[in-house]
Write a protein that binds this ligand. Structure first.
Ligand SMILES: [Zn+2]
Length: 178
């Protein structure tokens, strides 16, 4: 007997409304794919320098139940948004592509104790109304660089930025190898 086929597959709409409240304890396996516009994410919008119609994230997800009935979810996100370069203040495209594995646990304590050694894995507390939109937004927010900058050459301020402690990491790497 294959325990993974025990639950019927249910289509999950990739919309803010549907992802905002997912019954992860329901005896079903979810599957869904679709595009989330940047305007669907309130917190990400605060980080953007300006909004392009194509900005947003393509999302593909599926859930299944591990042995013992623990729900798990695979999410794959791919997309882009625009940040402001911290050197020249011009728009900079932030590309994001990530696969994440969520394990649903029973309590907040269990989630806190979840081992952090694997960045591709994360624990969420299972409930009848899990906010997956928030979880997805958290993942993208965490990946946004603290001080995004154009690569040296592409930046309008690259000349002026020279010698201000902004060492080219490849140059540093080269000198380390010698
Ligand atoms: Zn720049």
């Amino acid at each position: 007997m294959n325990s993974h086929s025990a639950f019927p597959i249910t289509q999950l709409a990739i919309t803010p409304k549907s992802l905002g409240k997912v019954d992860i304890l329901a005896p079903v396996s979810y599957i869904g794919e679709g595009f989330l516009s940047l305007t669907d994410f309130a917190r990400l919008q605060l980080e953007t320098s300006h909004l392009d119609a194509q900005d947003g994230f393509y999302c593909e997800l599926r859930t299944h139940h591990q042995d013992g009935g623990v729900p798990v979810m695979e999410v794959s996100l791919k997309g882009q948004m625009q940040l402001a370069c911290q050197r020249c203040l011009q728009p900079l495209i932030f590309e994001f592509s990530q696969k994440k594995h969520f394990v649903f646990v029973k309590t907040e304590e269990e989630a806190d104790e979840f081992p952090l050694d694997d960045e591709a894995q994360e624990a969420l507390v299972a409930s009848h109304h899990v906010d997956l939109l928030e979880a997805i937004e958290d993942e993208i927010l965490l990946a946004i660089p603290y001080a995004p900058k154009h690569p040296a050459g592409d930046c309008q301020m690259s000349q002026a930025g020279e010698g201000l402690g902004d060492e080219n990491p490849f140059k540093v790497l080269k000198s380390l190898k010698k």
